[in-house]
Ligand binder design. Structure first.
Ligand code: GDP
Length: 289
């Protein structure tokens, strides 16, 4: 299975993003700290580089991510030209309060009455753009939702301290370069999902957790994970929760949903789906095939 978006969306998003990029001094790119590369659209970097716009890269939802992996990503991004990376929880007011100062540091030539700092928040759906914007403005100006594509209307927002924020076209669809990117996004609910793909996504997530966080599976469900595969984990959730169909067999669909909910709600613990190292390994696999 591979999860993809229509190229038509991509082209019009690219055009709008390129137009907006001309009118701003810097970009605040929001990604999901649990899957920073899978939740970023490389188009943002291409457009920024073409216009030489610096970037404050916010690894958001850091409260749900593995702190060790997050630190590795921060180091990784901070070594890139024109990028300042920071891990935040945009739900935390004290974290958001740091953003204006960081933005000025990224573009120190702006932020005066004569040359206000013009900023644009960008990112794929569901990474927390609206949450950040609302928190920056300290009031609700954009719809916050758990489904993609809630940020639609064009707005110019004055933040004070000679800072201006544009919120359109902040939204770009994810560019899913590898099937595992789609699965990671679906697991984190950054793309719409349905019951059919939930079973595959849950099995993928279970396999990943078996490799990287077996202790969290043990802590949550009491599994001895030795010899288990992803399917066995989801079946184990069905067994633990008593999810059975009329004939007595496991209700895999219900278990898959519950397992994904446990991950998305944070009940399983702080989990990062990728690290700079796992990303490099993934790319090496694709290059060698
Ligand atoms: P947008 O589509 O990029 O504008 O994303 P939203 O701002 O609508 O946020 C998507 C979901 O992520 C919402 O359910 C938010 O409550 C949640 N969210 C945003 N920021 C954080 C955060 O720092 N931590 C956690 N745990 N959830 C967050």
């Amino acid at each position: 299975m591979s999860i993809q978006w229509f190229p038509g969306h991509m082209n019009s998003a690219r055009r709008k993003a390129a137009e907006s990029m001309e009118k701003v001094d810097m970009v605040i790119e929001v990604v999901d700290a649990r899957l920073p590369q899978a939740s970023c659209n490389p188009m943002i970097e291409q457009l920024r580089n073409a216009r030489q716009r610096p970037c404050l890269k916010i690894l958001n939802k850091t409260d749900m991510a593995d702190p060790v992996a997050t630190q590795a990503w921060i180091d990784y991004y901070n070594s890139q030209k024109g990028v300042t990376a920071v891990a935040l929880s945009c739900k935390k007011p004290s974290d958001v309060a740091r953003v204006p100062k960081l933005a000025i540091q990224v573009a120190p030539h702006r932020g005066t009455a004569l040359k206000p700092l013009r900023m644009m928040i960008m990112g794929i759906p569901n990474v927390g753009k609206s949450t950040l914007m609302n928190a920056l403005l300290k009031k609700r100006v954009a719809a916050v939702g758990d489904e993609p594509a809630v940020t639609k209307t064009q707005q110019r927002l004055y933040l004070g301290n000679n800072m201006v924020l544009t919120d359109t076209p902040g939204m770009l669809w994810p560019k899913i370069e590898h099937p595992s990117d789609g699965l990671m996004l679906a697991a984190s609910h950054a793309v719409g999902s349905n019951a059919l793909i939930e079973e595959e996504v849950a099995t993928f997530l279970a396999d990943l957790l078996l490799q990287r966080y077996p202790q969290l599976l043990k802590a949550r469900y009491g599994f001895n994970t030795e010899g288990m595969d992803g399917v066995a984990v989801v079946e184990g959730v069905a067994a633990k929760r008593g999810f059975r169909l009329k004939g007595g067999e496991y209700d895999f669909e219900k278990a898959a949903h519950t397992f994904l909910q446990d991950y998305r709600s944070g009940a399983l613990g702080r989990i990062s789906l990728e690290t700079p190292q796992s990303r490099a390994e993934l790319l090496a696999t694709y290059q060698s095939t």
